[in-house]
Design a binder for this molecule. Structure first.
Ligand SMILES: *[C@@H]1O[C@H](CO)[C@@H](O)[C@H](O)[C@H]1NC(C)=O
Ligand SMILES: *[C@@H]1O[C@H](CO)[C@@H](O)[C@H](O)[C@H]1NC(C)=O
Ligand SMILES: *[C@@H]1O[C@H](CO)[C@@H](O)[C@H](O)[C@H]1NC(C)=O
Ligand SMILES: *[C@@H]1O[C@H](CO)[C@@H](O)[C@H](O)[C@H]1NC(C)=O
Ligand SMILES: *[C@@H]1O[C@H](CO)[C@@H](O)[C@H](O)[C@H]1NC(C)=O
Ligand SMILES: *[C@@H]1O[C@H](CO)[C@@H](O)[C@H](O)[C@H]1NC(C)=O
Ligand SMILES: *[C@@H]1O[C@H](CO)[C@@H](O)[C@H](O)[C@H]1NC(C)=O
Ligand SMILES: *[C@@H]1O[C@H](CO)[C@@H](O)[C@H](O)[C@H]1NC(C)=O
Ligand SMILES: *[C@@H]1O[C@H](CO)[C@@H](O)[C@H](O)[C@H]1NC(C)=O
Length: 894
């Protein structure tokens, strides 16, 4: 590729940099209590730097050939920031392959920054790291303050006293980051998710901070409350703990003064706490406050997310004294999370005393560990919009901002270490090649656990921490993890692993199953009694779907890739899982797709079939888990594998890299509805599902089955009532066996009153010939099918005539919304109608929140759909297409 080789030349020749560190004359820190992020770096490969690091880490070195990068970022993210690589290019087709294999990524990289300081006597200076991949030497003004023996691991956070190294005027911090091998180092790998970034994530991926304090410094607070469930007490006691360090060589008396503010900004309490520290002593200070009439934090679907704040200063001497340090402004929530392993050995969570069924998905970092808070917020809006309540982070703990977003939005976070690689280098793990742990690895594990636990502790969004993934940690590592969690006052569940392969004595069984599927299975799979079917807690599972729509595919696939995608099901594809993976091709998926929906006749035909299959797949997974939430062996949780991808990907996601939703998204959105009616493919029956907290209500369900011409096959009305947090089978569906080819089933749920607006509406396409699963031939990643359902009739249906009109466009506060009315004017059903909004230049509007999409309308049926998105309103175009409808523009106002 021409573009790529030019970039490589540029990299080799050494770019003209713009980093001028000496320009900064303003002091980074001025008084005790100040903490500042090192605001950016010069970055260069160690292979292109002359001289020893001791000299280079003194102020005044010439850096005019260095890259200038932000305060945090891997080497690759820095090179992208400097235009050495362009994302649109390296994410296109297989262009990433052209970067790899360069010696420069097998050598260390240097991050260097000059800073102005005016150190004061009797003040102390600390350099804080939060993890550097894979390990680093840290120099300040010519002195080595930490070596790579100590500063190790992506999560190894440390505080280094640099008081004796800082000086008046210009100072220099230099970090030499060593290259990363996922099997050898405690890093953040992608296992088989996608190709690896060329630098394996090497670099200063998290901020480095400098702080100035008086004799005594304090850590962020850990927050513990005695709240267990609403209605138990009108006062909640809050315990606040902070680690104090006396940097001085004499005893010091200190006073901590803290204030708690409520969600409305009112002061809720204040604390004054006196303590004496001996020379060089470190100790934990523990203080209490009472909050009257506390406001309780809830997951989004169950209630609001009130957040309290705490801030404190620590003063030396008696009386008013001098400020020695300050804690950061911290938010915390009052809530209670527990988990138990029930009589079936399944983990079941509860939040605020209520049984909390996890409906979640697995989060991925960006391939280059770039963290864009706005982008994560948009992804979390999708999480909420889809009705999911949890994200699982497998070894991708990201930055504190992620947890703050989750706190504010009411999303639970299940964090934990990653599978495989170094993290699971155990003798009893035959599945992965991670280098086995030796003596020097345990301190890295301890530092990592301490650091992440401290970062996460106060966040109400934490649901738990998994100290293992595919495998459990050995007893020694388990003890280290548990001691570190205890030291950080961890108050949430700790789970041994995400699978049932084994467990350490100290933790007991994980209660989580990892029995697949990861590749395609038919919808009735989820109503089975085996493997990943809806019982217990599935920690990572799904039918391997998440095919992007055409508009997105064209952004990252070449014409040749597109041809391969629909014509060569057995061929490995660069944008599937990596080539070490069982999921590098779409063989299993395509065999199901071609057999059930018919061989594709074009890329467009392939994609609409994918969207239908993906929609069916995610809907059935979440519906089955919801239907069985209170079954005799309850379905306690399901984490869809995955929420999003590290780069443009063809599967394992619910929306794509460009934040466009697709079939898998709307299947999820329907499948998790708070009040819902779902079809049980195995038992040919209808379930009423309720995920809400309130109690009781009359309900009415309309059940209609029609054929592809729109003729009635059966219809029924069921009267029932609903209870909170439970599901029940309410009615059978008759007549499916009478169907010749394909039938459509419509389930509509009304409340028992005179309401015409349904609580839920849900349409299925069904075949009289069921999918038959070969359970006994299941593998770790799927269950084969011996006979497939037949939906081939769908592509030969009579065309539908649909009237679509834009009813309304509104804009408020930078958000726009549109309403579109659809009416099926034909006798036949209008199948799988997709609304797609584009700007006047034809580019997509994304992210976008549709009330519903990919809908199927009965003859003469009307439906109104809404979308909202950030931006202004001028010149929006909406397109409508469907299985039996050619693409048309939606007319209306304008
Ligand atoms: C990245 O890690 C893999 C092992 O997972 C290793 O084979 C590869 O050489 C590493 N790449 C670099 C540039 O070190
Ligand atoms: C809360 O703290 C107050 C005062 O410290 C104490 O009297 C009360 O017993 C505590 N409540 C609980 C439930 O521990
Ligand atoms: C639960 O797990 C324990 C420990 O592995 C085992 O002894 C017990 O038989 C299991 N119980 C069930 C119901 O599977
Ligand atoms: C797998 O992919 C890597 C990176 O893209 C490439 O270097 C390697 O040659 C590929 N291996 C095979 C067997 O295709
Ligand atoms: C689940 O709860 C519903 C009440 O909504 C009840 O009818 C049903 O029997 C329960 N299921 C089981 C297996 O207990
Ligand atoms: C669920 O909980 C109660 C009734 O059982 C009620 O207030 C709420 O509307 C119900 N929701 C559903 C989905 O039935
Ligand atoms: C088909 O069923 C619908 C809904 O139950 C009903 O309104 C309609 O009259 C039926 N049509 C025929 C032709 O029976
Ligand atoms: C299947 O559905 C019928 C009602 O249609 C119900 O009586 C029966 O209990 C269901 N069986 C199972 C295994 O869910
Ligand atoms: C498993 O699959 C093989 C062929 O792939 C077949 O011969 C065998 O009958 C299957 N086993 C069962 C129990 O269906």
């Amino acid at each position: 590729m021409r573009a790529i080789s030019q970039q490589l030349c540029a990299l080799a020749v050494v770019l003209v940099g713009i980093h001028t560190a000496t320009a900064k004359t303003e002091a980074l820190l001025s008084s005790p209590g100040d903490t500042a992020i090192v605001p950016g770096w010069g970055l260069q490969s160690a292979t292109r730097v002359d001289g020893d690091l001791s000299t280079l880490s003194k102020p005044g070195a010439q850096l005019d050939t260095w890259y200038s990068v932000s305060s945090r970022g891997t080497v690759m993210s820095g090179l992208i920031q400097n235009g050495v690589y362009k994302e649109e290019d390296i994410f296109y087709s297989n262009h990433m392959d052209n970067i790899g294999g360069q010696a420069v990524f097998e050598a260390p990289w240097i991050y260097r920054r000059e800073l102005t300081l005016h150190p004061k006597s009797e003040n102390y200076y600390t350099l804080k790291t939060h993890g550097i991949t894979s390990k680093a030497d840290i120099w300040v003004n010519g002195a080595l303050v930490a070596s790579r023996e100590e500063q190790q691991g992506s999560y190894g956070g440390h505080a280094y006293d640099v008081t004796n190294h800082v000086r008046d005027g210009i100072n220099c911090v230099l970090i030499q980051a060593y290259p990363t091998n996922y099997l050898r180092d405690f890093a953040m790998g992608f296992v088989d998710w996608n190709p690896y970034p060329a630098d394996n994530g090497t670099g200063v991926w998290r901020n480095v901070e400098l702080s100035q304090t008086g004799a005594v410094s304090m850590s962020p607070f850990r927050v513990i409350t005695d709240f267990t469930q609403p209605g138990m007490a009108d006062t909640v006691n809050v315990t606040l703990r902070t680690k104090l360090v006396n940097h001085a060589s004499n005893p010091v008396n200190v006073i901590i003064k803290a204030k708690i503010h409520g969600p409305d900004g009112n002061e809720e309490g204040s604390i004054t706490y006196k303590v004496k520290l001996e020379a060089s002593e470190q100790k934990t200070a523990s203080m209490e406050a009472s909050i009257h009439n506390p406001q309780i934090w809830w997951p989004a679907r169950w209630g609001p997310q009130p957040l309290y704040t705490i801030q404190a200063g620590i003063f030396t001497g008696n009386g008013e004294g001098e400020l020695s340090d300050m804690s950061p402004l911290q938010e915390f929530g009052i809530r209670h999370v527990t988990s138990t392993v029930n009589q079936h050995n399944d983990t079941a969570f509860s939040v605020n005393g209520y049984s909390f069924q996890v409906l979640g998905a697995g989060y991925s970092s960006d391939m280059f560990m770039r963290f864009d808070e706005k982008r994560v917020e948009k992804m979390f809006q999708y999480v909420i919009d889809m009705g999911l309540n949890t994200v699982r982070l497998e070894g991708k703990q990201e930055h504190p901002e992620l947890y703050t977003l989750a706190d504010r939005m009411g999303i639970m976070v299940l964090a934990g270490w990653e599978c495989c690689d170094k993290w699971e280098g155990w003798d009893y793990n035959p599945d992965a090649d991670g280098v086995k742990w030796g003596k020097s690895d345990y301190p890295i594990a301890r530092a990592s656990m301490l650091h992440e636990a401290e970062m996460m502790q106060a966040h109400p969004s934490m649901l738990g921490f998994l100290v293992g993934s595919d495998y459990w940690p050995n007893d020694h590592a388990t003890k280290i993890y548990l001691d570190a969690l205890k030291e950080m006052d961890w108050r949430n569940p700790v789970i041994a692993s995400a699978s049932m392969r084994g467990f350490p004595e100290a933790l007991g069984p994980s209660g989580m199953k990892m029995n697949g599927p990861y590749d395609w299975v038919p919808p009735n799979y989820w109503y089975g009694e085996d493997e990943g079917a809806a019982f217990g807690f599935g920690s990572e599972l799904g039918a391997g779907v998440g095919t992007p729509e055409m508009e997105s595919l064209r952004k990252f696939l070449s014409q040749h890739d597109i041809e391969q995608l629909w014509k060569e099901p057995n061929v490995g594809l660069y944008h599937m899982s990596s080539n070490v993976s069982s999921f590098h091709n779409r063989k299993i998926y395509d065999e199901g797709l071609f057999s059930r929906y018919g061989e594709p006749t074009s890329i467009d035909d392939y994609i609409i079939k994918c969207q239908m299959a993906d929609y069916e797949a995610t809907r059935a997974q979440f519906e089955a888990y919801s239907a069985r939430q209170n079954a005799s062996r309850p379905a306690t949780g399901s984490i869809y594998w995955m929420l999003n991808s590290a780069w443009p990907n063809l599967h394992w996601q619910l929306f794509d890299h460009y934040l466009s939703p697709m079939g898998a998204y709307f299947g999820t959105k329907i499948g998790t509805r708070e009040e819902h009616v779902a079809y049980d493919y195995e038992n040919e029956s209808v379930w009423l599902i309720n995920h809400s907290l309130e109690t009781e209500g009359d309900r009415e369900i309309m059940i209609d089955l029609i054929d592809t011409n729109g003729n009635n096959i059966s219809s029924a009305k069921a009267k029932t009532w609903t209870n909170s947090l439970s599901s029940k089978e309410v009615h059978g569906v008759r007549g499916i066996e009478k169907v010749k080819d394909v039938a459509f089933l419509r389930l509509v749920l009304y409340d028992g009153k005179e309401n015409t607006i349904p609580l839920s509406r849900n349409v299925y396409w069904l075949s009289p010939k069921p999918d038959v699963l070969d359970w006994s031939n299941s593998t770790w990643y799927y269950t084969p099918v011996t006979t497939y359902a037949d939906f081939s009739k769908l592509e030969h249906m009579a065309p539908a005539i649909v009237k679509a009109s834009l009813q309304e466009i509104k804009a408020t506060n930078g958000w726009a919304s549109v309403e579109i009315l659809l009416e099926n004017e034909s006798e036949v059903p209008a199948v799988f109608l997709r609304l797609h909004a584009v700007k006047s230049d034809g580019t997509e509007i994304a992210p976008i929140l549709w009330s519903d999409n990919y809908v199927t309308l009965w003859s003469k049926e009307k439906m109104s759909l809404r979308a909202s998105f950030e931006g202004d309103l001028q010149n929006i175009k909406v397109e409508l297409s469907g299985r039996n409808l050619k693409k048309l523009a939606v007319n209306g106002m304008n």
